[in-house]
Design a binder for this molecule. Structure first.
Ligand SMILES: Nc1nc2c(ncn2[C@@H]2O[C@H](COP(=O)(O)OP(=O)(O)O)[C@@H](O)[C@H]2O)c(=O)[nH]1
Ligand SMILES: [Mg+2]
Length: 315
């Protein structure tokens, strides 16, 4: 079935929960052509009302499998779930999109689940700059939870913590050394730490190491944090621990709403979204006006990148 590109019609249908329209709208918004802008403006009106959960951590930790499990959990509660996978190795057409393909295929035909992988084009810190536009489409579609899976590990300047409300950091018992070496950034970014593959040997040690490292982080002399990031063990393949994880995710959302931290995070998200927007447009606009003569003038040293750059930004 063809879906029209008429913005008013698309908006109406997305807000009615029409997946085909959402798919079309998402493409327009993500492609950043002029047709996407009125959509993006409208969808922003309903931004920030539902919890956005980021799932990050090293490749192979089981993020996709865990995401599939969380979808199943929310579906059992009749919640509508939106999932965005920002993973260069993930693609809907091929490869291991969302790990456990069978479970995902089951969700793919579920009208209560909308899944989309985003191209890695224009990646910043493991995220694509189109992530916010995509999230706003899912918000307008009426999703009750939005899950964003990324390869980001919380060590980049613009990372998952600037995009979502709640960050799940996924690791495994086999990644013990990784926990030891985990940078402060990753320790700070996680709101809930997950030791997945709890069916493997070394689960208790991994949980203990992680708790130890976290305790050092909010160690002596520092103010007691309102939210101390918990550590939970899961076995995504069997589903063990997933209900407990979901409970912690809910508790964090309640904490965000009650403490005012949620509003702070929303402001940070919007600041990042604005940063992406301005960056994109200023760069495109300025560079679009560079002439061949400008390049020649640099070769002959009549000008230099700083002088020319300033001129382009002012004109
Ligand atoms: N033993 C075990 N393997 C798991 C578990 N969860 C995921 N895996 C496997 O780990 C591999 C990587 O999983 P995937 O979800 O694609 O990881 P991602 O790269 O973090 O998204 C796959 O072969 C999964 O089947 C688990 O709880 N236990
Ligand atoms: Mg994955």
């Amino acid at each position: 079935m063809r879906v029209s590109n008429d913005p008013k019609d698309l908006i109406k249908r997305v807000r009615r929960g029409d997946h085909a329209a959402a798919s079309r709208a998402l493409s327009l918004v993500v492609d950043e052509n002029a047709a996407g802008e009125p959509l993006a403006r409208d969808f922003f009106k309903s931004a920030g009302t539902v919890q956005k959960v980021g799932v990050c951590g090293p490749p192979g930790a089981g993020k996709s499998t865990l995401t599939g499990r969380l979808i199943g959990h929310y579906r059992s509660l009749k919640r509508k779930v939106g999932v965005l996978a920002v993973d260069p190795s993930s693609s809907i057409s091929g490869g291991a999109f969302l790990g456990d393909r069978l479970r995902i295929m089951e969700h793919a035909t579920d009208p209560g689940v909308f899944i989309r992988s985003l191209a890695s084009r224009g990646m910043i810190g493991g995220l694509t700059h189109t992530i916010f536009g995509a999230i706003h489409v899912l918000e307008a579609l009426g999703c009750d939870k939005i899950i964003v899976e990324t390869v980001g590990t919380g060590q980049d300047e613009v990372d998952i913590a600037s995009v979502v409300d709640t960050v799940l950091y996924v690791t495994t018992p086999a990644m013990g050394d990784e926990i030891q070496a985990m940078k402060a950034g990753a320790m700070e970014v996680g709101d809930v730490f997950v030791v997945n593959k709890a069916d493997l040997a070394g689960k208790d040690k991994a949980v203990g190491d992680l708790k130890g490292a976290l305790a050092l982080g909010h160690g002596a002399g520092q103010a007691v944090k309102a939210w101390e990031s918990p550590v939970v063990a899961t076995a995504a393949l069997s589903g063990e621990g997933v209900a407990q994880l979901a409970k912690l995710v809910d508790e964090h959302w309640t904490h965000l709403k009650k403490s005012g931290e949620g509003r702070k995070r929303l402001k940070r998200q919007h600041a990042t979204e604005l940063q992406f927007w301005v960056h994109r447009h200023v760069v495109k606009n300025a560079l679009g006006r560079v002439t061949d003569k400008d390049l020649d003038d640099m070769v002959t040293r009549k000008t230099d990148p700083a002088t020319l750059g300033r001129k382009l930004l002012q004109s």
